[in-house]
Design a protein around this ligand. Structure first.
Ligand code: MG
Length: 172
């Protein structure tokens, strides 16, 4: 069983994961409009991951007898000058998400809620990747500039495919 404080915190995090998906879907659209179909694909896969994060948390609250209550989702920024601006925003956003995840773990500790603390270990680890990936791509964008290198990097990012994390305990 979850305490009301924990349910409230996870419900808010479900909203933040859905917003993240919305943010990346907007970036996918922006990349498409720039003709960068590989980057558009990368952000679409990123959106799919966020939807799974939301679903994992939604299922967790349900399994623990809580009630996921949905908050409204705001319009994401949708104007980006270039791919660098998108990945900068991604890195900045994921750093904020890391803080939110850490706050839930801290709250779980205060509430003596070991199950929630263990459940969120997946997301603590996931956030390392979520920050490392845009940072890595930003460094590559700096290296390649706007010419043929960008074309090749776009091709590389077009290879990304969505895979369900093994930790995603999705209920039928
Ligand atoms: Mg996420």
């Amino acid at each position: 069983m979850l305490s009301p404080k924990i349910v409230k915190a996870i419900n808010h995090q479900i909203n933040r994961e859905l917003f993240s998906g919305y943010l990346y879907l907007g970036m996918s659209s922006a990349a498409t409009s720039l003709g960068l179909m590989g980057i558009a694909n990368w952000f679409f896969v990123q959106m799919q991951e966020e939807m799974i994060h939301a679903r994992m948390m939604f299922d967790y609250v349900n399994r623990q007898g809580g009630r996921p209550l949905l908050e409204s989702i705001e319009e994401p920024p949708q104007k980006y000058a270039d791919p660098k601006a998108m990945f900068k925003k991604t890195l900045e956003h994921e750093r904020e998400v890391t803080k939110l995840i850490n706050n839930i773990v801290s709250l779980a500790r205060v509430e003596n809620d070991h199950a929630t603390e263990i459940f969120y270990q997946f997301f603590v680890t996931e956030q390392i990747e979520e920050e490392a990936n845009p940072l890595d791509i930003l460094r590559k964008l700096e290296l390649v500039g706007d010419g043929n290198g960008l074309f090749l990097l776009d091709k590389e990012l077009g290879m990304r495919v969505f895979t369900l994390p093994s930790q995603a305990q999705i209920q039928p």
